[in-house]
Design a protein around this ligand. Structure first.
Ligand SMILES: [Cu+2]
Length: 71
């Protein structure tokens, strides 16, 4: 299990975190998503046997919210 934090772009209103959360939860292997709207981040708990970080960034980008992994 890995917790990975993404910096998420384009979250401008209260609805946006809901969309981002749903997009991330659809990635296989993701077991938990916590969005921090104030800091524009998403913390994702994932099973690294199934989910890759690249799949997370793709999922948010496909939903209209490009993201990058916070190092
Ligand atoms: Cu919005």
């Amino acid at each position: 299990m890995l917790a990975s934090t993404l910096d998420v772009q384009n979250m401008t209103c209260a609805e946006c975190p809901i969309t981002v959360k749903k997009a991330l939860e659809q990635v296989p292997g993701v077991s938990g998503v916590k969005i921090d709207f104030e800091h524009k981040t998403a913390t994702v708990h994932m099973d690294t046997d199934k989910a890759k970080v690249s799949m997370l960034t793709k999922a948010t980008s496909d939903a209209g919210f490009p993201s990058t992994v916070r190092k």
